[in-house]
Design a protein. Structure first.
Ligand SMILES: *Cc1c(COP(=O)(O)O)cnc(C)c1O
Length: 440
């Protein structure tokens, strides 16, 4: 009988791995400070003193701007909201095209749709999983107005090349930094390399406030437009004397005082949490470096990766065993992680399915049932969302990527050794998987 858990053997480890828990005494005290005031949000949706939010929100914004070397930070209630505000702020018009990544969380591609523009998917670079400048260039048309770059998995995109394209074609650049807070590119934090950056503070991110987001920019006008969209712009523009009212349809994207107070503590903890994570990745990578067909993530030259997830690349040609079989064998060896029980071991094949393959794009249904805004009188031909559109992302998702979250603090050296041991056990018994003809 095989020693592999997938084939009936004993799993490599069954004791749960330690929970990622960045919320501690400091956050408890911060939340209590706000609770005692009874003012859980101070925003007013009219042009008055409190249009910019309460004292915690404003302090949080100052501290975020400083930590991320941005002139302005605008707190919002999620990264999704922040991306919507950013698209509105740059003045996107209906039927404009925005080049987006297919390998990201859904909101990075729905943002243009909210303003009736159309997402156009470019392919990713096979080594970094971020948008490939060559593919971006090939997707530019007379309608292209912006590029929405995602620093996916914690890895900064090739920003020099992307900004050069943007300058040549007069395009705005929005950076989705949800997975990359504190990541740097040529010594600068992501978030102000393009025109606007947007961060997430949801529970799963490096630092969090439960739900939350932050917009960063060095452009005063864009910051102001984001603040307006955050808080019922259309009701405020007249009193405030705003002359450019394009896309000044406002939402309620406001962050509360509790989240802001917690966020102020999280900013301070971010660099340490990320240093620990990077150290754990280094340790694990040394132990996984010689397994057949398994490659560690490539890091862009001049970039500092912050490993939201650790995306490994598996080449089935090297072993003759499909990725999904190896993945299932690995998963069977590993335990769950505390506080995330029920998700199973935090390891996965692929990431999110390439976005253009989702029903919304396949059936061209966003607003109503007649294809709007993908097809309209002004745009009779729908964009190309066919399978095969972006070969690199399809190969990554369906064939090569195995990603895991088993490097988050407070994983100890012992815990990391157990993870490495599970990998070694599977790769030492590949013949058993071959003989057993396990399907995927
Ligand atoms: C988490 C995430 C978002 C959305 O963040 P929310 O704060 O949950 O809205 C957007 N883009 C990427 C790449 C993400 O990982």
């Amino acid at each position: 009988m095989s020693e592999l858990a997938l084939l009936g053997g004993k799993p490599s480890r069954t004791t749960p791995l330690p929970a990622y828990q960045p919320i501690g005494e400091e956050e408890h005290a911060a939340a209590n400070r706000v609770m005692k005031t009874g003012v859980l949000s101070k925003f007013l949706g009219s042009w008055a003193n409190d249009f910019m939010g309460g004292p915690e929100v404003q302090a949080f914004e100052r501290e975020w701007a400083e930590a991320f070397e941005a002139r302005y930070a605008v707190a919002v209630n999620s990264c999704t909201s922040g991306l919507y505000a950013a698209i509105g702020a740059i003045g996107i018009e209906p039927n404009d095209e925005v080049i987006v990544s297919p390998y990201t969380m859904a909101a990075s591609a729905t943002a243009p749709l909210i303003f009736n523009a159309v997402p156009i998917f470019a392919d990713i670079h096979p080594g970094t999983y971020c948008l490939d400048p060559v593919s971006i260039k090939a997707r530019i048309t007379s309608r292209t107005k912006a590029i929405l770059v995602v620093h996916i998995f914690g890895q900064p995109a090739d920003m020099d090349a992307i900004m050069a394209i943007a300058r040549t074609h007069k395009l705005k650049v929005i950076e989705d930094c949800a997975q990359a807070p504190f990541a740097t590119y040529k010594g600068r934090p992501v978030g102000t390399l393009g025109d606007i950056g947007v961060f997430s503070l949801n529970y799963h991110k490096h630092i969090h406030t439960g739900e939350g987001g932050v917009i960063t920019t060095n452009d005063e006008d864009l910051a102001e437009r984001c603040r307006l969209i955050r808080n019922h712009a259309e009701a405020v523009v007249e009193k405030k004397g705003v002359s450019n009212i394009v896309n000044m349809i406002g939402f309620n994207f406001r962050m509360g005082e509790l989240e802001a107070a917690i966020g102020r503590e999280q900013i301070k903890k971010g660099p340490t949490l990320i240093a620990q994570r990077r150290d754990n990745v280094r340790y694990l990578e040394e132990r996984l470096s010689n397994l057949p067909g398994l490659a560690m993530p490539e890091v862009e030259a001049g970039a500092e990766h912050v490993y939201y997830v650790h995306a490994l690349s598996y080449n089935a040609k090297a072993t003759g065993i499909p990725r999904d079989t190896v993945f299932r064998a690995l998963k069977a060896e590993l335990p769950e992680t505390a506080l995330r029980e029920g998700e199973g071991p935090l390891i996965a094949q692929g990431y999110v399915k390439p976005l253009y393959l989702a029903p919304m794009y396949q059936q061209l249904k966003a607003f109503g049932s007649n294809g709007f805004p993908f097809v309209s009188a002004a745009r009779p031909t729908p964009p190309d969302y066919r399978k095969g559109l972006c070969p690199n992302v399809e190969r990554a998702h369906f064939e090569t990527v195995i990603f895991h979250e088993l490097m988050r603090p407070p994983m100890t050296r012992n815990d990391l050794d157990d993870v490495a041991a599970a990998f070694h056990k599977v790769f030492r018994n590949l013949d058993d998987l071959k003989k057993a003809k396990v399907g995927s």
